[in-house]
Design a protein. Structure first.
Length: 557
C-alpha cells in the first residue's frame, strides 16, 4: 500500500473508511462497462483505479457489464472487453457479473417503489417528458399520470412486463421532485418498453431498466463498497443515493467521482468510434490509430506503459488535457529496457563495396539490447552489396552532416568503415547507387591506428535482406481537441497522413517470421511490432512510436 502522504483523494477516502471500520472492514470495487463498443484508453484509468485500489488495500474487485441497452450491445464487445482487461493485467476470477443477472431483482425493486408511492407509470412519450422537464429558471411540470393509484400502477407495470404495450407508449418513472435543481431528479424514467432481443436473456424481457436505475442497484446487489466513477457522473449521484436510500438493498455503496483521462488529439466517444469503423475511415476497432486498447495493443503499446501513464496522470477532481507525448514517453521508457534491436532500412539505397571480394560473406556479432546484457547477441550477415538509408547520403551536405558523402569515411554499425568514391544516377538525375571502398582492418568498427569517425549508419545485406511492409502511424485527428469540432465534416477533422504505408523497406532476416505483437526497435528509427497481417516471409510492421516526437516537430515547422 502507498505511503499515506502520497495517497490521492480517492485512496485516502478508502483508507479512512477502512480505518473507521465502515462496511465491516470490507472493500469491494468494480469496473462497470457497457458492452456497446470496445474499451478505449480512457477506460484504462478507471480500470487501474478501481482494480488497483482493491489490490493495494486487500479488497476484491468485480467486473460487471451494465447491459441494459440491448439494441447497442453485442457479444463481440463483451469478449473484447474481457480480453482487454486481462491484457492490462487484471483478473476478476469468478467475480463476473451482468446487470442482466439481476433483472428479476431490479423488477422487484421497481415494484417496491410503486408500492411505496415513489414510482408511477407514465403515458407521455420521451419527447413529451423532455418538454415538461423545465429548465434552470423554471421547474418542470408534473405528468398528468403522476397521481395514479398504487393499484393502477402495479397493473400497468405488470402488463408492461407481459409485453402488452408497444415500444415508447409507456415508461415507469421515479416520483421525486419536478422542481429539483438537478434535472436527473425530475421524475426520471427508470424503465422503458424496448422489444429488442437481448444477447443474454433473449426475448424474456420486453422492458429494460434505465442505466441510472440498474447501476446503483447492481452495485448494491454485488456488495460494492466504493463505486468509483468518472466526474461526469457526479450529477447522477443524488439519484444513485435516492435509490439506495429508498429501497431495501443489501449494501450501501458510496459513489466517488474522479476526473477522466483526456488525451490531446484523441476522441474517446464510442458513437464516433463506431462511425469511424462503419464508414471505413479505419480498418476496425483495433486499427492502430484508434484510441481503443485493442488498437494500442496492435500498434505495440504495452500494458505496462499504459498503466504507467495512468500512474503519472494521477487522480484528481479537475478535468485536464494530457499530452500524447506523455504516453509516448511511457512506451519509450518501457521498450528501451526490454525491446531487442534490429537493423532495417525504410528507403533503401544500394551500396556496392568495390574492394570487398565478390562472393564472400561473413558474420558480425550484434548486441540485442545494450540496456540488458542478458538478452545476448545475434549474428549479422555481411556481403559485398548492402543497402543503407537513402537519407544517409548527401552529395552537398551541410557542415555537420556526419553520414555518407563523397570522400567521407563512416562506420557501418557492427561492421566496417566505408568511404563513398562514386555516385550512380538514373536518367532523372536521382541517386540510385553508391560505389564505396572499405577498410579491411576496421572490422567490428575500430582500427589498429585508433582513428575515429563521427558517423555510424545502419544497413542490411542485399543477399540476406527481407522485404517488409512498414506502417507508419500518426494521430488520427488534426485538432488537439476534436471533441470541440464535432460540427465539422468528419473528413475535415481527420489527418490525411495518419497512415503512411511503406512497401519498399528491407530488414535483417531475423525479422522474417516475427511473431505478431512482439515489439522491437529499428535502430535510429523507432519502436515497432509485428502486425497480425504478417505472413510467412512477408512481415508487416507497425510503428509504435518514433525515437522522438515526430508530430511535435512537424507542428513547430
Amino acid at each position: 500500500m502507498s505511503d499515506e502522504s502520497s495517497l490521492d483523494f480517492v485512496r485516502q477516502r478508502v483508507k479512512d473508511d477502512l480505518d473507521a471500520g465502515k462496511n465491516k472492514g470490507k472493500l469491494v470495487t468494480r469496473f462497470p462497462p457497457e458492452p456497446n463498443g470496445y474499451l478505449h484508453i480512457g477506460h484504462a484509468k478507471s480500470i487501474c483505479l478501481n482494480f488497483g485500489i482493491a489490490e493495494e488495500f486487500g479488497g476484491i474487485y468485480n467486473l460487471r457489464f451494465d447491459d441494459t441497452n440491448p439494441a447497442a450491445e453485442e457479444v463481440e464487445y463483451v469478449d473484447s472487453i474481457q480480453e482487454d482487461i486481462r491484457w492490462l493485467g487484471f483478473d476478476w476470477k469468478d467475480r463476473l457479473f451482468f446487470a442482466s443477472d439481476f433483472y428479476g431483482r431490479l423488477y422487484e425493486f421497481a415494484v417496491e417503489l410503486i408500492k411505496k408511492e415513489k414510482a408511477f407509470v407514465c403515458d407521455l412519450s420521451l419527447e413529451e417528458i423532455a418538454e415538461r422537464r423545465g429548465d434552470t429558471e423554471k421547474p418542470g411540470t408534473d405528468s398528468p399520470h403522476r397521481q395514479r393509484s398504487v393499484e393502477e400502477n402495479l397493473d400497468l407495470f405488470t402488463r408492461m412486463r407481459a409485453g402488452e404495450f408497444a415500444d415508447g407508449t409507456k415508461t415507469l418513472r421515479a416520483k421525486i421532485d419536478m422542481s429539483h435543481p438537478n434535472f436527473h431528479m425530475r421524475d426520471p424514467v427508470i424503465y422503458r418498453i424496448k422489444k429488442v432481443r437481448h444477447h443474454r436473456t433473449g426475448d424474456k424481457w420486453p422492458i429494460y431498466p434505465m442505466y441510472d436505475f440498474a447501476h446503483p442497484l447492481s452495485d448494491a446487489l454485488e456488495g460494492v463498497t466504493h463505486s468509483i466513477y468518472t466526474l461526469e457522473f457526479e450529477v447522477h449521484r443524488p439519484l444513485y443515493d435516492w435509490l439506495i436510500e429508498n429501497l431495501d438493498v443489501p449494501a450501501h455503496p458510496q459513489q466517488i467521482e474522479f476526473a477522466r483521462l483526456n488525451i490531446a488529439g484523441v476522441l474517446m466517444s464510442k458513437r464516433y468510434m463506431l462511425r469511424l469503423v462503419n464508414e471505413g475511415k479505419v480498418s476496425g476497432w483495433d486499427d492502430p490509430r484508434m484510441p481503443t486498447l485493442s488498437g494500442h495493443r496492435r500498434r505495440g503499446y504495452t500494458p505496462e506503459s499504459i498503466r504507467e501513464l495512468c500512474k503519472k496522470v494521477g487522480v484528481s477532481k479537475f478535468n485536464s488535457l494530457t499530452e500524447i507525448s506523455l504516453l509516448d514517453h511511457c512506451i519509450r521508457e518501457d521498450l528501451n529496457k526490454r525491446a531487442p534491436r534490429y537493423l532495417g532500412v525504410m528507403k533503401p539505397l544500394k551500396v556496392v563495396i568495390t574492394n570487398y571480394p565478390e562472393g564472400q560473406e561473413e558474420e558480425f556479432d550484434a548486441v540485442n539490447n545494450p540496456e540488458d546484457e542478458s538478452m545476448g547477441k545475434r549474428k549479422l550477415s555481411f556481403s559485398r552489396e548492402i543497402y543503407v538509408e537513402a537519407t544517409d547520403f548527401m552529395e552537398d551536405p551541410p557542415r555537420k552532416f556526419n553520414r555518407l558523402t563523397i570522400g567521407k569515411e563512416v562506420r557501418l554499425r557492427y561492421a566496417y568503415f566505408i568511404t563513398t568514391q562514386e555516385v550512380i544516377k538514373n536518367d532523372k538525375g536521382e541517386v540510385v547507387e553508391l560505389r564505396c571502398t572499405y577498410d579491411p582492418e576496421s572490422r567490428g568498427g575500430s582500427t589498429p591506428d585508433g582513428r575515429k569517425v563521427r558517423g555510424t549508419i545502419h544497413w542490411v545485406s542485399a543477399a540476406h535482406a527481407v522485404k517488409a511492409e512498414i506502417r507508419l502511424y500518426e494521430r488520427l485527428f488534426l485538432s488537439d481537441e476534436p471533441a470541440k469540432e464535432l460540427d465539422k465534416d468528419l473528413d475535415e477533422m481527420l489527418n490525411p497522413h495518419s497512415l503512411v504505408v511503406n512497401k519498399e523497406a528491407l530488414v535483417e532476416p531475423a525479422l522474417k517470421d516475427f511473431k505478431p505483437g512482439v515489439s522491437f526497435q529499428f535502430e535510429r528509427t523507432g519502436y515497432f511490432c509485428a502486425d497480425p497481417d504478417s505472413k510467412p516471409g512477408a512481415p508487416v510492421f507497425n510503428r509504435t512510436v518514433p525515437l522522438r516526437d515526430s508530430w511535435g516537430k512537424k507542428q513547430q515547422k
